[in-house]
Design a protein. Structure first.
Length: 162
């Protein structure tokens, strides 16, 4: 299925540009580790039922790569984890954003002030729900591969009726 989301560019320009570029691969292979910087074929490696679905890191397993070379700082925590279907940066502590992200599957306010919420799902909520219900092992690893098959950017055009 397809998940379409809107990024909060006006609030989190660096975070959104990092995520967008990792979806389009337009920044190429700028990794300090000489590995691809692209979400295509990236897996959701962890599911915490009714909390989040978490992407794997496609470089070293610690989420430490971004289009900026290494990690980058938290921009702010203006938007709260107050609902399902939010996109948020995963990290290893303050100011360590890279490539890993997660999608909330419920309200998770205990993550406020720790993870930057940078977008939300506008269509494909059912796909998120299906992923959230994939059987998992005791470590939250899905019993089957959940992979980003394709990714990119949709340009939404608005038209006015006269």
């Amino acid at each position: 299925g397809r998940i379409v989301f809107e990024l909060f560019n006006d609030i989190y320009p660096r975070t959104c540009e990092n995520f967008r570029s990792l979806c389009t691969r337009e920044k190429g292979d700028v990794s300090t580790l000489n590995k691809k910087l692209y979400y295509k074929k990236c897996r959701f490696h962890r599911i915490i039922k009714d909390v989040m679905i978490q992407s794997e890191d496609f470089t070293e397993g610690d989420g430490s790569e971004s289009i900026y070379g290494g990690t980058f700082n938290d921009e702010n925590f203006q938007i709260k984890h107050d609902q399902a279907y939010l996109f948020s940066m995963d990290n290893q502590g303050p100011n360590t954003n890279g490539s890993q992200f997660f999608n909330t599957t419920s309200e998770v306010s205990h993550l406020d002030g720790k993870h930057v919420v940078f977008g939300h799902v506008v269509s494909g909520q059912l796909v998120v729900d299906v992923i959230d219900n994939v059987p998992i092992d005791t470590n939250g690893r899905p019993s089957q591969d959940v992979v980003i098959d394709q990714c990119g950017q949709l340009i939404l055009c608005s038209s006015k009726m006269f």
